[in-house]
Write a protein that binds this ligand. Structure first.
Ligand code: NDP
Length: 597
């Protein structure tokens, strides 16, 4: 402990100053919803919509969302013998976020060995430590084929209404393509970040050049392809990219090589640590890929992140590095000194140390001093999504790349021909919005529907004072409906798919039990849901939701999210303990808290 070379007071002061520069009163209202004149930003540039007949049939299980949540749940159901599973997705194929995000350089930030679900079941070896997007999309398609999920799927289809029919113990599902079919059970895995948003910059509607959002990449305009082929049509073009989050960090190096001039408009710098990607050696893989390997790796990664036995670190990356540093700092405290304030101080010190290294890395890579300074992140590492890249900072050494820092204020204005910051206009041919996705807007707005459960009660009413569930999966008043997402479960943010595959196994176990015993419906009791919510209230919460952090979607743009957000937490004892608890809950066969009828 106690590194005299770290000016902790100075760092705290600087972090606060930077946060205050970025804070704005309109919070989430600053972003534009993609409707009316902006609705075309949502069009699918990848696959045409093919005509089909509307469905009016019945399936055992309907899942809303064809990303990892839907694929993993469907896979576990098929393994349990429930094969008429219908996945519905607004995209033209499976993949969810990986269907839409095909921007050049897109890549997973969590090691493929733990990030890509069902590797062992499908027999796939990831080609790289951090796989690129085309491989992940192909893996989603592989899962779809392996489990026979394509025939029943409804793609390019948006659910508009979901209502529970108590007399027939089934859900009615209606879609924007005229479908009105029933399912005995439903699953919901619509993902937290799937509705693109635009920055509400004055004049944005007046731009006459070309413009698109990174999650709808227009290769017709830029040339190139998602595998990294040069963006050859950008030669001679002046391009603006607005935003410097995880998406921008990955695509800027590709744009840098292609444009005549690239202007990177920055409001808050990302922290960009080393990536160290490497191909996976098939011989090495054959040696470790013995039965049960992926579960072992998942458990090991989670243990390194969230309170398990972490003597070995199989993954060894930026996530486990930070967690390891925090543990090392805490272990320096004598047992009697391990009070909450001392442990938080140890955590802060590990964080200062890490961020100081990341800022030094910027200095070591970026040649222009002023640019290097502007690219430095002044906040705690988990205040914003940590980024890892070995070509992003380097791109600013390219003569065609210009960083336009906005001092935390954002772009001032967009005109018919360019982008304005601090009174200076940058004329451009194209604007690429790397401006992220809606977070914190009402669930029904993002999903496009509200659930109507028992007695006509809406999910939005049930959750008006905050999310209520058991395990983040079962919700009272919504029988035979299962939610697949991290909140109120493990809440493991560094590897979201682990949350999803565990929920998938749970759901398949419950549904198979109902089938085997002849039950038409299953629902969590009110008492069990209340008890789970009470347990969650004792959770310390997430450090990342702190209002002291620099504003962003992690902390509701720095504004008080209200009491409802207090329930956006995970199992108090941590992710490793939660997964153990859940495995035992399933294994017992008692399914405590659920009522079958
Ligand atoms: P983000 O929301 O992280 O970034 C949006 C960017 O737009 C920010 O830099 C934001 O600045 C900037 N911005 C917004 N409004 C303005 C404005 N008016 N003027 C200037 N800049 C503005 O979106 P991303 O798409 O980058 O990432 C979203 C999430 O998706 C990530 O956090 C991550 O969870 C996930 N992701 C994961 C990847 C992976 O695993 N490999 C890759 C990419 C994304 P400010 O920061 O100040 O708000």
């Amino acid at each position: 402990m106690n590194r005299p070379d770290l000016d902790k007071e100075g760092l705290r002061r600087k972090y606060l100053e930077e946060r205050n520069k970025r804070l704005r009163p309109d919070g989430n209202q600053q972003y534009l919803e993609l409707k009316e004149g902006f609705a075309h930003y949502l069009d699918d540039p990848y696959l045409p919509v093919t005509p089909r007949e509307a469905k009016t049939d019945h399936v055992s299980f309907a899942f809303i969302g064809g990303g990892f949540a839907g694929l993993a749940t469907a896979a576990r159901l098929v393994e349990a013998g429930i094969t008429d599973v219908r996945i519905i997705d607004k995209g033209g194929d499976f993949g969810g976020t990986w269907y839409w995000n095909r921007y050049p350089g897109a890549q997973c930030d969590t090691a493929s060995m733990v990030y890509m679900p069902l590797l062992e079941e499908t027999g796939h070896m990831p080609t790289e430590k951090y796989a690129h997007a085309p491989e992940i999309l192909a893996h989603c398609q592989r899962i779809g084929r392996h489990y026979g999920l394509y025939d029943n799927a409804l793609l390019h289809t948006q659910v508009r209404a979901l209502s529970w029919d108590e007399t027939r113990s089934r859900w009615l599902i209606e879609t924007h393509r005229g479908d009105a079919f029933t399912a005995q059970h439903i699953g919901l895995g619509t993902g937290p970040l799937h509705v693109p948003k635009l920055p509400g910059i004055p004049g944005i509607e007046s731009f006459l050049g070309h413009a698109f959002h990174t999650s709808r990449w227009d290769y017709g305009y830029t040339g190139g392809d998602p595998s990294g082929a040069p963006l050859d049509k950008l030669a001679g073009k002046r391009v603006a990219i607005i935003g410097t989050g995880a998406t921008s960090v990955q695509c800027v190096p590709h744009l840098a090589r292609a444009c005549e001039a690239l202007y990177v408009f920055q409001r808050t710098p990302s922290s960009v640590d080393a990536r160290h990607n490497a191909p996976i050696d098939p011989e090495w893989f054959a040696g470790i890929a013995t039965p049960g390997w992926q579960q072992r790796w998942l458990e090991n990664f989670t243990a390194n992140q969230a309170g398990g036995n972490a003597e070995v670190d199989l993954v060894q990356d930026g996530w486990t590095d930070l967690a390891g540093r925090i543990r090392a700092q805490i272990s320096k405290l004598a047992p009697a000194e391990r009070s909450v304030p001392n442990m938080l101080a140890a955590y802060e010190e590990a964080d200062f140390e890490k961020m100081t290294e990341i800022r030094a890395r910027t200095d070591a890579i970026v040649q222009d001093r002023d640019t290097a300074d502007k690219l430095k992140a002044w906040y705690r590492q988990l205040c914003k999504r940590p980024c890892f890249h070995d070509a992003y900072l380097q791109a600013f050494n390219h003569p065609a790349v210009h960083l336009v820092d906005t001092e935390g204020r954002g772009v001032e204005r967009i005109t018919a021909t360019g982008v304005v910051v601090a009174g200076r206009t940058f004329p451009v041919d194209c604007i690429i919005y790397a401006s992220g996705f809606e977070v914190g807007t009402p669930l029904q707005r993002r999903a496009g529907f509200d659930l109507i459960g028992q007695g006509g009660r809406r999910l939005s009413e049930h959750w008006a004072q905050g999310m209520r569930s058991q395990h983040g999966i079962h919700v009272h008043g919504f029988p035979n409906a299962f939610f697949v997402q991290p909140t109120q479960g493990a809440n493991l943010i560094s590897n979201v798919p682990h949350n999803l595959t565990e929920a998938a196994t749970t759901i398949a176990t419950v549904v198979a039990h109902a089938r085997d015993k002849g039950f038409a419906a299953v629902e969590v009791t009110e008492a069990a849901e209340n008890a789970w919510v009470e347990l969650l209230r004792s959770s310390p919460g997430r450090m990342t939701s702190s209002p002291d952090c620099t504003p962003g979607y992690y902390n509701n743009e720095g504004q008080d999210p209200g009491p409802a957000a207090r329930l956006n937490v995970g199992y108090p004892a941590g992710a490793t303990a939660y997964f153990k608890y859940l495995a035992e809950w399933r294994r017992s066969g008692r399914f405590d808290g659920l009522a079958f009828r």
